[in-house]
Design a binder for this molecule. Structure first.
Ligand SMILES: O=c1[nH]cnc2c1ncn2[C@H]1C[C@H](O)[C@@H](CO)O1
Ligand SMILES: [Zn+2]
Length: 374
């Protein structure tokens, strides 16, 4: 559904050029396959059998196929091969720099990039060293870019581990040096958000921002805990909120109390369609709740999650939504403005990006686009 009077169904070329905002994109899920090969050779990491001989294309296939597992746990196993090659400062810097170069190529104008610093200390880096190396890589790419892009880090704690308070403190220590917030990730079942209440309490006392992976591989209780016990600003995925929405045969829709709360409070949903299909959270893009959630005016945002594992990009995600749901340029603009409104950036900076970058970028694609953004 579109707010424009004459809906414009965008072409893939228009989608590529459209300004994009990504709030949920993992650093260790977005390496270039060729870089994985080179870094693995440098550090002696053994990749899946045959990868080195068959080259980057074949390694890309391996990641996408192995991640296409129908289970979050098996999807996450593929990260062993990216995490292993990111254990030095030069490797982290390179991965971070290339990550931003690829975002630029994809038309992204604002990105929050997350990763778990605790995973990169196997060879002696401190947590501070890790954050500094990633920031250097981002800064290099931003400085070299031909157009503007704003990039921030989100520091993730692994939910099955016990370092969340420490990582939360790290996020606060780096808050004025490129880190915009905090997150927890990893296997959701058996590791509820309330395991990390101490970290979340601390962050709230520090007036800091955080999102929580919730409602991806586990359902409503996880979303409820993330919001009502932990105080999350946003939901990483949150797709299972659909379980609290009933559509009757006549098409009328009833929201349960939690779904109503999420919509009433404008809680941003960091939806990642391609990733959800791979982990089995949804059966197909066409059946993804994002179509209904967008129609019902939840605060929907579109994200990639892991570009390598899900063989995706913001352009690809948006094109798949245009194809599956007939989304127009006005729909793409709405989710982009939604994402920018939901960013962990100061209000004036968010507003400036919406007014000076996002809206003019869409107007350049279609000057007739209705100016009223829902
Ligand atoms: O979609 C996800 N759900 C839960 N955990 C995830 C997802 N994508 C990546 N991760 C994990 C694997 C990474 O090593 C970690 C930090 O980026 O976060
Ligand atoms: Zn994720």
């Amino acid at each position: 559904m579109s707010a424009a009077s004459e809906p414009t169904v965008p072409t893939p070329a228009q989608v590529r050029r459209a300004p994009k905002v990504v709030l949920h994109d993992h650093l260790d899920g977005g390496l270039r396959p060729a870089t994985v090969l080179e870094l693995a050779a440098e550090c002696g990491h053994e990749l899946p059998p045959g990868s080195t001989e068959r080259g980057a294309e074949s390694l890309a296939d391996w990641f996408a196929t192995a991640a296409d597992s129908g289970s979050l746990e098996r999807y996450l196993e593929t990260f062993a091969h990216t995490v292993a090659v990111m254990q030095t400062a030069p490797a982290l810097r390179r991965v971070a720099r290339e990550f931003v170069e690829d975002l630029l190529d994809d038309g992204v104008v604002y990105a929050e990039v997350r990763y778990a610093p605790e995973l990169f200390v196997e060879q002696g880096l401190s947590l501070d060293d890790v954050v500094a190396a990633v920031q250097e890589g981002f800064d290099e790419a931003v400085a070299a870019a031909e157009r503007g892009i704003v990039v921030r880090q989100l520091l993730t704690a692994m939910r099955h581990q016990a370092r969340s308070r420490e990582i939360a403190e790290l996020a606060v220590a780096w808050r004025d040096r490129g880190v915009a917030g905090f997150d927890i990730a990893g296997a959701e079942a058996g590791n509820p958000p309330t395991r990390h209440l101490d970290a979340f309490d601390y962050l709230r006392r520090e007036n800091a921002h955080f999102t929580i992976h919730a409602g991806e591989a586990f359902g409503l209780p996880s979303i409820w805990e993330a919001l009502q016990w932990c105080g999350a600003d946003r939901l990483g995925h949150g797709v299972r909120i659909i379980d609290d929405i009933t559509v009757a045969e006549d098409g009328s829709v009833t929201l349960g109390r939690l779904a109503a709360y999420v919509r009433d409070k404008r809680i941003p949903l960091e939806l990642c369609p391609a990733s959800n299909v791979q982990t089995g959270a949804v059966a197909s893009i066409a059946e993804h709740p994002i179509g209904l959630l967008n129609d019902l005016r939840f605060r929907v945002t579109v994200n990639t999650d892991n570009r390598l594992m899900s063989r995706t990009s913001m352009t690809a995600e948006m094109c798949s939504l245009v194809e599956a749901f007939g989304w127009t340029l006005a729909d793409l603009r709405r989710v982009t403005v939604n994402a920018m409104k939901s960013a962990f950036l100061p209000f004036d900076e968010r507003l400036a990006l919406i007014d000076e970058v996002v809206k003019p970028g869409y107007a350049a694609l279609d000057p007739t686009l209705d100016d009223a953004v829902r």
